[in-house]
Design a protein around this ligand. Sequence first.
Ligand code: PXG
Length: 457
Amino acid sequence: MEPKPNFPDANQIKETDLQHHWHPFTDTATLGKDELRLITHAKGSYIWDSEGNPVLDGMAGLWCVNVGYGRDEIVDAVAAQMRDLPYYNTFFKSTHAPVAALAEKIASTTPGDLNRIFFNTSGSDSNDSMLRTVRTYWESMGKPEKRVIITRKNAYHGSTVAGVSLGGMAGMQAQGGPMVPDIAHIDQPYWYEEGGDMDPAEFGLARAKLLEEEIDRIGEEKVAAFFAEPIQGAGGVIIPPETYWPEINRICKERDILLITDEVICGFGRLGEWFGAIHYGLEPDMMTMAKGLSSGYLPIGALAVSDKIARQIFENAGEYVHGYTYSGHPACCAAALKNIEIIEREGLVDRTRTHTGPLFHDKLQTLADHPMVGEVRSVGLMAAIELVADKSSRKRFDNVGEVGTKCRDKCFENGLIMRAVRDTMVISPPLVITDGEIGELVEKAWKSIDQAWQEIG
Ligand code: PXG
């Protein structure tokens, strides 16, 4: 495969990058030139590097390019919007057509009565907005002490101060503290890693009951909300046992605690429904979203709020002094609107539920025959492969993360992007992935797992 024609000097770009670019989530000081992969262009489910190698993008970028790469329609919609109105704010009684249309569109896809949409630029700042909105709601109810938000250990909710505080990643919380106060973390419903001798159903129930115990410990009058992803993505595609969400739902309803889902990864068709909450039969009081909202073509996030909560705040809190310069940015809204139009027109949500999701599931299960694969699990187009030293006891390798990193590197070499979370491989391809590409993905995954296994002996 030839490199992209007329592409500037790749080596020079890498040199410049290494001198001046500070990479997110990277040990930039030790980043070597030969490790740096320069991506030049993309189409459908593939990206290309500067050497001209096509790579099947099993991660849809960072869990976001749901409609795949190279959608000229989105480019055209954004260009047209930018010619008409590249920017205007939505503060101070102003609006514009794409923001109004997008708010209506999102409201029509969300479960229950989440009819009020606040716009942001990412998942992290949507979660900041969520935190402020939850606490403002209870303040407006005359209960300012009801402000603790319960989340889970090993959850990822973003990289801003509120995002890291809400998240339960110990390594992130160790940098740049102190964290936002009044956030509590309970154990996650990760049966494969933490289930011990319990069966999954029993374990799911036990982990859900931790919420009740935590509410009792803190005092119901102080707990504002439970906030969680329907399926933890960055934590390792942790699919809770079927018993988990119904019990969480019951507890939130009985204890006057808001139920809020982070749909940044699970939203916009990833699980074969518009949102993860729908997959689990939940009607949350609020939801946050980003990524698949625009398939990553432009940065945009949103907080969807129920009629009841919005009305309470509007009628009792006065002006809500919150918002970003780019809340409801017209070009980003235009990208999101076109993206949702494509998802609807091509039936990508139903296709994921009824066709690609089941096919992906069945094909991936063949990997469970490999001696190093302890479990393969998936919902829709989101999957995890557990790499273990011993299948029957679910025992991990001693040097946690080593085999996962090795496997990820082998995937790169074999033309597949698959991410490693410790020794769990995670996959989240574009929703437009074809049947043939699913076959290719699984074949390359087997080859890479096997090569990593051979190397560690
Ligand atoms: N919530 C969830 C559930 C996420 O997955 C965020 C919030 C924050 O969104 P922004 O747009 O602020 O990044 C995320 C982001 C990874 C990885 O390597 C995952 C995310 C971001 C970067 C890397 O798995 N998720």
